[in-house]
Write a protein that binds this ligand. Structure first.
Ligand code: NA7
Length: 288
């Protein structure tokens, strides 16, 4: 399998390395050149078209829907691909954006799969992400070499758009989890229950989870170097709220969590890890 890959961000780099290590031929392009970057032996090119032409699939792992649209249409990647190429968006974008992009891609005689991933840099490095893919089953099956390289499991969750819908569901849950922790620690702090004691008790309760375990050190040491930036989770919560409204879902807590993240970003927490919502809330800085 030969693939073109666009996007060498925090997620793209380890995913490319694992894909190459699995024996897939990868040609990568990043908007901003990154000289001397270790990409595990992938071929790095300086022009978008060089990564796009004559591939079996084009993978996009970039910031958001606007970036995907820009690459495919404004920068004309869709015009440079051979007919029937598989366009695979792994970036987290909206369901509506996904459907619009897929329609544009299909009119060019290309195929489209939305395949966002669950997990941040550590599972990306370890090749243990979870893929939630929407698209034709045959296309999903064709992408197995890629999915096997980067993930512990790949779900085919329905037609195009369902991958994005599933991913936003999980990130909405993630946002509510850290929001809940932040609110509970604010409640605890206001009545002299120490954070480490609260964490110990939670660890021995039914509400403990891999997310809480993974963020525990950050919370206890109040150091929030970004593994998954708060601004990115705010983006995803906003996309989930928009999609929820489109399908008349009943999700007041997700809407409230989104507003909390918006306020945290405005207060300067955007570049910190998403778990910094705990510090924002505990600091009593939330304004209504
Ligand atoms: P990063 O580390 O913020 O990297 C973002 C990547 O997207 C990076 O390679 C950017 O290139 C690229 N990018 C952003 N905008 C554009 C445009 N307009 N054109 C081309 N390339 C662009 O994000 P992550 O790797 O952590 O996450 C990627 C996705 O996974 C995202 O959807 C998350 O929500 C989950 P640059 O280096 O800035 O030139």
């Amino acid at each position: 399998m030969r693939i073109g890959w666009i996007g060498l961000g925090n997620m793209g780099i380890p995913m490319v390395k694992n894909t190459v290590a699995a024996g897939v031929e990868v040609t990568v392009f990043n908007r901003t050149p990154k000289p001397n970057l270790d990409v595990g032996g992938a071929t790095v090119v300086q022009k978008l078209e060089e990564a796009v032409i004559d591939q079996d699939a084009l993978i996009l792992m970039v910031s958001d829907g606007a970036a995907v649209k820009d690459i495919l249409f404004a920068q004309k990647a869709v015009e440079q691909m051979r007919e029937n190429t598989l366009v695979v968006n792994m970036s987290t974008i909206g369901v509506d954006e996904t459907l619009d992009l897929a329609a544009g891609v299909h009119t060019r005689g290309l195929r489209f799969v939305d395949a966002p991933v669950l997990g941040s840099v550590k599972p990306a490095t370890e090749g243990t992400l979870t893929v939630v893919a929407g698209g034709d089953e045959a296309d999903f099956n064709e992408l197995q070499p890629l999915f096997t390289a980067i993930s512990k499991v790949a779900f085919h969750v329905g037609p195009v758009g369902k991958g994005a819908a599933m991913k936003l569901l999980v990130n909405a849950f993630l946002g509510m989890t850290v929001e809940a922790l932040g609110e509970c620690l604010s409640y605890a702090g206001n009545q002299s229950l120490a954070t480490d004691l609260v964490m110990q008790v939670l660890e021995n309760s039914a509400v403990w989870s891999p997310t809480l375990a993974g963020k525990r050190a950050m919370v206890e040491h109040e150091r929030y170097e970004a593994q998954f930036a708060l601004k990115h989770l705010k983006k995803d919560l906003g996309l989930a709220v928009r999609q929820g409204q489109a399908v008349s879902a009943n999700m007041p807590a997700i809407e409230t969590t989104f507003k909390s993240f918006e306020r945290a970003e405005s207060a300067g927490y955007g570049e910190m890890d998403m778990a910094a919502i705990v510090q924002f809330l505990s600091a009593g800085k939330q304004q209504s």
